[in-house]
Design a protein around this ligand. Structure first.
Ligand SMILES: Cc1cc2nc3c(=O)[nH]c(=O)nc-3n(C[C@H](O)[C@H](O)[C@H](O)COP(=O)(O)OP(=O)(O)OC[C@H]3O[C@@H](n4cnc5c(N)ncnc54)[C@H](O)[C@@H]3O)c2cc1C
Length: 436
């Protein structure tokens, strides 16, 4: 079955980039339809970080109080746990502005909040269970999208003045447009699993680094979301070792989890997430724009992909809303302006991620562990015990000696190289929670 509907902007994908660009364009009075292939935002793999710059943006949009009402954890220090003890990499309390932390919020709560705010705008529509499978064209111009309603199994055409592809790393729109991103090698993939969190555990996010291992644990309140880095392509070998070997490995690295690794019933509880680092050379075509991971897939290093996706979305809405409001086609030159604005901060962050892959994670993951990892020490209040300065590598020793330097990595991660601000027409006064 084929239906025809009308829309001015079709946004493909309701992740951070898609929901933010949809909300902002709707606030500009532009008719916008966001097509999201899933029924809800409640999926296991979603980054949890809402950065200081995004918190500022939410204030500007009048959504800060609603966001503050969500259950969340606050990360104001970035710690790494080495065999010698813990070291502090970044101190977010040194950030400028009102928000001196990263909020750890399950991303589905953040996306629900954006969807609720957008649905208050008369020109906004969110269609769930809508999987985009192709592009509509007139000659070389993209004039909308074709999508399948995954419940009804029906196929629909959505004509659009502009299509904004926000469909993430495996972008179907990118494939339909025949574009292939440049790919930078990455040394790792991620094993993603949960373990219960209990009283007396450390708070916030902890990175645990030892020869041959790197695991990050994210505090989601009543459970730990764990990301265990494995060598790229190493999934089958590691799975062959079995669940018992993996439980022992986690228990040795993170002793406060040793009493509950048995909750991993089998390796079916451990999902493989493929890591990619890619970038399109051109983020646009006539009638089509790519932003977020669809334009530049980010590695999890630094946990900054969501921040960049949100910043892309704000810049795109700010640059394109005036043209869209005027009606008619969006000149390709305007789409190019979006790429020109967002290319360098993206390239800079990706360059930093490549350095971390090559200089740190690759060597760590390729090294054979010489023995069991040293146990992690917690003090009486559940905090990690700091390593003696003499046992730290030189850069970490410098950060310990001159704590003001810890403001630099904090700023790079929590604010990023080019934070974007809401345009005047998208700003609102603080809105209280409207949901019961
Ligand atoms: C293992 C791992 C951990 C990470 N952890 C973090 C972190 O903690 N913090 C951080 O900032 N970044 C993290 N990142 C990076 C981050 O996930 C991405 O950079 C970010 O999600 C990009 O946002 P996006 O909106 O562009 O795309 P996505 O978040 O990928 O959203 C894309 C959306 O499009 C939808 N979609 C896909 N295909 C279609 C289709 N055909 N039709 C309709 N809808 C479609 C999807 O369902 C999804 O909702 C991590 C990455 C990895 C690999």
């Amino acid at each position: 079955m084929m239906n025809n509907e009308h829309g001015h902007v079709a946004v493909v994908g309701g992740g951070p980039a898609g929901m933010v660009v949809g909300l902002l364009l709707a606030r500009a009075g532009v008719p916008v339809t966001v097509l999201e292939k899933h029924a809800d935002f409640l999926r296991d793999f979603r980054g949890d970080t809402v950065h200081a710059s995004t918190l500022t943006l939410l204030d500007e949009l009048g959504l800060g109080e609603r966001f503050a009402a969500l259950p969340q954890r606050r990360l104001d220090r970035v710690m790494v746990q080495l065999d010698a003890g813990a070291a502090q990499l970044g101190d977010l309390r040194r950030l400028p502005g009102a928000h001196r932390h990263i909020a750890m919020v399950p991303q589905w709560d953040f996306l629900d909040l954006l969807a609720d705010a957008a649905e208050e705008e008369p020109t906004f529509t969110l269609i769930r269970n809508a999987e985009v499978t192709g592009l509509l064209r007139e000659g070389s111009r993209v004039t909308g999208v074709r999508y399948t309603d995954r419940i009804a199994g029906t196929v629909h055409d959505l004509p659009a003045t502009l299509t904004v592809a926000c469909d993430g790393r495996g972008s179907a729109v990118r494939a339909a447009a025949g574009l292939r991103p440049r790919s930078f090698g990455v040394p790792m993939d991620v094993w993603w699993f949960r373990l219960p969190r209990r009283e007396g555990d450390p708070v916030g996010g902890v990175g645990r680094l030892s020869t041959g291992h790197f695991v990050v644990t994210l505090d989601r309140g009543d459970y730990w979301q764990c990301a265990y880095l494995i060598r790229k392509g190493g999934d089958a070998t590691l799975r062959a070792e079995g669940i018992e070997a993996f439980r022992a490995r986690i228990a040795a690295l993170l002793p406060w989890l040793a009493d509950r690794v048995g909750e991993l019933a089998s390796l079916d509880d451990v999902k493989l997430l493929e890591v990619r680092l890619e970038r399109l050379r051109r983020w646009y075509a006539d009638g089509l724009l790519f932003i977020g991971d669809a334009a530049h897939a980010m590695s999890p290093v630094g946990g900054v992909g969501i921040n960049l996706a949100v910043a892309d979305a704000v810049a795109a809405a700010r640059i394109l809303a005036p043209v869209l409001r005027a009606g008619g086609r969006v000149p390709v030159a305007e789409l190019r302006r979006v790429q020109l604005r967002r290319w360098w901060p993206t390239a800079l962050v990706q360059a930093a991620q490549r350095i971390a892959h090559r200089g740190l994670l690759g060597p760590v993951l390729n090294a054979e562990p010489s023995g069991p990892a040293a146990p992690v020490a917690l003090d009486g209040s559940g905090d990690l015990v700091l390593a003696p300065a003499r046992d730290l590598p030189q850069p970490l020793r410098l950060l310990r000696r001159f704590p003001a330097l810890q403001g630099i990595p904090a700023r790079l991660v929590a604010i990023g190289p080019l934070p974007e601000h809401a345009p005047a027409w998208a700003r609102r006064r603080q809105q209280a929670l409207t949901r019961p």
